[in-house]
Design a binder for this molecule. Structure first.
Ligand code: NDP
Length: 337
């Protein structure tokens, strides 16, 4: 049973060498009388929040990863054997999985049973999984979007950002995204339907760049990166603008977060800035599926994935998130069925 374990706690940018592929052992059966579930893990999701658990002092509710033990995250798995009445052999599920080939888990690790299998299974790590729900709840519930809003999205080509941009276009908004390479900018403009996009790494003055794309200001900023981008955005928000704060990936590898100098703009411009966690919104999942499945099937919603084959390539894929190596949603395939 191959596993990916954390070798040492991380400070600064995580490296592939912080992880190790080891051979663990597992008995491939549910113990007599237990209500646990034996899973064959298929697709692993690489998500920015996992950085928090690579630090010794963890501030999330998940708890830091245990050194020498396999790491965990979101993923798609198949039920091999079940001691729980709600699941049976052959069921496909998504939820928390362990980075190993097979796992014995309590049923509480499973978020949802997968009912729709006429879409790629990997989508349940992305558009139909946690990032999809994040984009949906963050944009519609927290962002209070209106038709014709001027919307700006950072990390716009990623798992969450690419969906927020498409939701905003779907609603009739003017949408601009920032991303870290020419290829990502081309994707946003030419494939995902963004009105404009720019490479933030090539903009010496972010404030000036935003003024160019938003001469009348921003109504809704979907925050994924924090730091300098947020500071420049605050100078370009319109009165009563909204900032759903999804994440701040530019800060995750810093020992000390960067200061924000323009925070007083929140008062002057009556900005509503609200943090949110996808965990509070999973009750909307059935409604979300009703909304998004038809759009996917009609080809009205595109989802770009960066799929890496093999558990052994998982660590490189995971750490690649923090340097922007991923092109779309980062997925690791252990097995396809
Ligand atoms: P992505 O697929 O967008 O991958 C991360 C991307 O972040 C990279 O590709 C890179 O893109 C960008 N990035 C990395 N480092 C930096 C940096 N220093 N400055 C600016 N950009 C950087 O990830 P997700 O879509 O999965 O996540 C996006 C955000 O949403 C994250 O902040 C994450 O923590 C948050 N999140 C929050 C949730 C919640 O419940 N609140 C749930 C899920 C995600 P580029 O090349 O464009 O720089």
């Amino acid at each position: 049973n191959k596993q990916v374990v954390l070798k040492e706690y991380v400070s600064g940018l995580p490296k592939e060498s912080n992880f190790q592929l080891v051979e663990g052992s597992i008995e491939l059966k549910v113990p007599e009388g237990s209500n646990q579930i034996l899973l064959k893990n298929l697709y692993l999701s690489c998500d920015p929040y996992q950085r928090i658990m690579m630090s010794k002092t963890d501030v999330s509710k998940f708890g830091a990863y245990t050194l020498g033990a396999p790491i965990h995250g979101y993923g798609v798995a198949k039920v091999v054997e079940s001691g729980h009445p709600d699941y049976k052999k052959g069921d496909l599920v998504w939820g928390y999985v362990i980075w190993e080939e097979y796992s014995l888990v309590p049923s509480t690790q499973i978020h949802f049973k997968i009912e729709n299998t006429d879409v790629p299974l990997s989508y349940y790590t992305g558009i139909l999984g946690m990032p999809g729900m994040t984009a949906y709840a963050g944009f519609y519930e927290i962002g209070s979007p209106k038709k014709e809003d001027r919307v700006f999205i950072s990390a716009a080509s990623g798992a969450v950002g690419q969906l927020v941009g498409q939701f905003a276009k779907h609603l009739g908004c003017y949408v601009v995204g920032s991303a870290g390479s020419k290829e990502k900018v081309d994707l946003l403009k030419n494939k995902l339907g963004f009105d404009e996009a720019f490479n933030y790494k090539e903009e010496p003055d972010l404030d000036a760049a935003l003024k160019r794309y938003f001469p009348e200001g921003i109504d809704l900023y979907f925050e994924n990166v924090g730091g300098k981008t947020l500071d420049a955005v605050l100078l370009n928000m319109r009165i009563h603008g909204r900032i759903p704060v999804c994440g701040m990936i530019s800060q995750y590898n810093l020992d000390r977060p960067e200061g924000i100098t323009n925070l007083a703009q929140i008062i002057l411009r009556r900005i509503r800035m609200q943090g949110f966690s996808v965990h509070d919104h999973y009750h909307l999942y059935p409604k979300f599926l009703e909304f998004i499945l038809p759009l996917i099937k009609q080809g009205k919603m595109i989802y770009v994935e960066d799929v890496v084959e093999g558990l052994e390539n998982g660590p490189a894929a995971l750490v690649g998130l923090y340097t922007g190596r991923n092109f779309g949603k980062q997925v690791v395939v252990i097995a396809r069925e």
